[in-house]
Design a protein around this ligand. Structure first.
Ligand code: TXD
Length: 321
């Protein structure tokens, strides 16, 4: 079996960590693209020079030329500006849309058969735009947000309950913004409902609800919490880990059920919009959106989040994209 090829578009904070993780997990040969001269070449040289220590023999190279992404099986896109303190993800819309359009044109020309994972913000709009400009089928164009948002929610639950985070599963659906929907009812510690464990811990249902509400709010604001601490730029280790989990599921055809920003065509009552939902990821990309029932309260939260996505997409269209 020949080695897979992974192109990373954007060689900034997330792009650099992606390159290192992809190499260390030997997912395939890595090509890191950026418009800044020498930056991707410098980062990849640095990473490759650790290959004797970390024992990987995939190649890791940098480029400023789209030609070098030819033949890629998978493309992960982080090109675009990150948030500064006080900015919302949506504030990045016009500048990042312009960048995403040029990236989609480059990828369409040189990697027409690749599966695409988009990370750039505002996520739901950037995925929509890439799909539109590239004309790629929906199964090959997706966004990363839910894996990270769910990991953040799971981390807070594990820390609160004093249990291994390996046992916590805590899905977050919806758009990648303040309206995201952490699904409390489906959060579990190895199948055991988190709410019940919290109620037993505090022996007080009201207190348990209060603690859960605080964790839900922290999850929604988790990106901003990191932005505020870093002062320049946004989270980059965890978004890279999240996208690598998706990449691995695809490249190794794992059929994992992960939270993915996928095009909905009727599922969850939504048609024609990219929204975060559970989906099976395998060799064909998004192989199936997995539907689960939502109760009235969850459905209202999901509708609210979908509304935020449709408004964002309308704003982008008004800007001429
Ligand atoms: O979970 C998620 N989806 C996210 C998304 C979590 C955190 C941050 N998220 C977003 O990812 C963030 O808001 C940004 O829009 C992207 C990338 O974040 P990163 O922290 O990596 O930003 P950097 O370090 O500024 O890197 C962006 C790189 C930088 O090197 C630019 O030179 C490059 O993008 N860039 C381009 N590359 C290719 N082509 C073009 N046109 C281009 N323009 C800038």
């Amino acid at each position: 079996m020949s080695r897979k090829k992974i192109a990373l578009i954007g060689g900034g904070q997330i792009g650099g960590v992606l390159a290192q993780l992809a190499a260390m997990r030997q997912l395939g040969d890595v090509i890191l693209f950026d418009i800044v001269e020498d930056l991707p070449q410098g980062k990849t040289l640095d990473i490759a020079e650790a290959s004797a220590i970390d024992k990987f023999d995939v190649s890791v190279k940098g480029t400023n030329d789209y030609k070098d992404i030819s033949g890629s099986d998978l493309v992960i896109i982080t090109a675009g500006l990150p948030r500064k303190p006080g900015m919302s993800r949506d504030d990045l819309l016009s500048v990042n849309a312009k960048i995403m359009k040029s990236v989609a044109e480059g990828v369409r020309e040189y990697a027409p058969n690749a599966i695409i994972i988009i990370i750039s913000n505002p996520l739901d709009a950037m995925v929509t735009l890439f799909k539109k400009v590239s004309g790629f089928p929906a199964n090959r164009v997706m966004g990363q947000a839910g894996v990270l948002d769910s990991s953040r929610f799971a981390s807070f639950i594990a820390w609160e309950l004093g249990v291994s985070v390996k046992d916590v599963s805590a899905p977050v659906l919806g758009g990648h913004g303040d309206t995201m929907v952490p699904l409390v009812r489906y959060a579990s510690v190895n199948g055991l409902p988190v709410m019940e464990l919290l109620e037993r811990k505090y022996n007080d249902a009201a207190k348990a609800r209060e603690v859960m509400t605080a964790m839900v709010e922290r999850t929604k604001q988790a990106g901003g919490e990191v932005v505020k601490l870093l002062k320049t730029g946004s989270a980059f280790y965890s978004p890279a880990s999240a996208a690598i989990q998706m990449a691995e599921a695809i490249l190794r055809d794992e059929k994992r059920v992960l939270m993915v920003c996928a095009l909905l065509e009727g599922e969850f009552g939504v048609n024609g919009y990219y929204v975060g939902v559970p989906a099976i990821l395998g060799a064909n990309g998004v192989e199936k959106v997995v539907e689960v029932s939502l109760n009235a309260e969850e459905k209202a939260l999901m509708d609210n989040s979908v509304n935020a996505v449709t408004t964002l997409v309308a704003d982008m269209e008004r800007l001429g994209f």
